[in-house]
Design a binder for this molecule. Structure first.
Ligand code: URA
Length: 283
């Protein structure tokens, strides 16, 4: 298994355990009848390669001493579910809720100009159980054609920021935009367009329930946080949106035009990684 696949598996594993915890499950036992259970130091037995170790009281895998010996503690029966995240009932339910929302967005005609000019709406994509959600501005030409956020040049850079920078798979995060239709000629969305789309943004975040949000650019940051403070001053601090910790950074399109700002964006990603408990690369 390559490094990305291992990280992906570990990420889903810790996500799944968090969901079990949220659902009230306090114990997870290995199926002791399985012969092919992973070795204690294998990927499958490790909650996450990139996360810092949790304190004992935070460890989601707990074995009551009186019922199961330590050798039974592991995750063997969780792995097939993690390889098919949609089979995780919590994620499947969130996925269904997002699909229902996306259908409503597809019918939306609140903004005359956007509804008339779009090829299709661009709802969002990614892991419906993501701990981390990226919020961009609005779809561009490529996204409008493909119906998916961040699939053009900016999207390629965003993918690199997530995968090469943060060391987590893009498929482990959720990605959406302030507005779900392409503003013609890539103009900024207007205040009234952002206001009209706000219920969809809020509903999306209510379903995914990310613990961390990364705003990409000033339009995303200002609209999500309800402020007009410039992005340069929002960076470097952790903000809050309905209990989620929010980090703001430059929009990938800005970084493509101003490569010198990539070092600042990397600082922002490292702040995000620190608060998420992800291991920073050793340099
Ligand atoms: N820029 C954005 O803000 N969102 C996208 O989906 C693509 C480019």
């Amino acid at each position: 298994m390559d490094k990305l696949a291992k990280t992906s598996l570990n990420y889903y594993l810790s996500e799944y355990l968090e969901d079990l915890k949220r659902a009230g499950v306090r114990e997870v036992w290995r199926d002791s009848t399985r012969q092919d259970a992973p070795a204690p130091n294998s990927v499958a037995a490790t909650p996450s390669a990139r996360r810092k170790p949790r304190t004992p009281s935070q460890t989601p895998l707990q074995t009551p001493k009186d019922t199961a010996p330590a050798s039974r503690v592991a995750t063997a029966n969780i792995l097939p579910v993690l390889e098919r995240p949609a089979a995780n009932p919590v994620c499947a339910s969130r996925d269904a809720q997002l699909k229902a929302l996306a259908e409503r967005v597809a019918q939306c005609a609140l903004c005359d100009e956007l509804a008339a000019s779009r090829t299709q709406t661009v709802f969002g994509s990614g892991n419906p159980c993501a701990e981390l959600t990226f919020v961009g501005e609005g779809p561009g030409a490529e996204e409008d054609l493909r119906g998916e956020p961040f699939v053009g040049r900016s999207g390629k850079l965003l993918t690199d920021m997530i995968e090469k920078g943060m060391g987590i798979p893009r498929s482990s995060v959720y990605i959406c935009n302030i507005v779900r239709c392409r503003p013609p000629a890539n103009r900024n969305p207007t205040e009234s367009e952002a206001r009209a789309c706000r219920p969809f943004l809020e509903a999306t975040l209510d379903v995914v329930q990310p613990r961390f949000i990364c705003c990409l650019g000033s339009i995303a940051a200002n609209n999500l946080l309800g402020t007009s403070v410039p992005i340069g001053r929002l960076r470097g601090e952790v903000h809050e949106y309905r209990g989620a910790q929010v980090v703001c950074t430059y929009h990938p399109a800005y970084l493509l035009r101003n490569p010198a700002a990539k070092k600042d964006a990397w600082q922002d990603l490292q702040l995000l990684m620190r608060i998420m408990g992800l291991e920073l690369p050793k340099r």
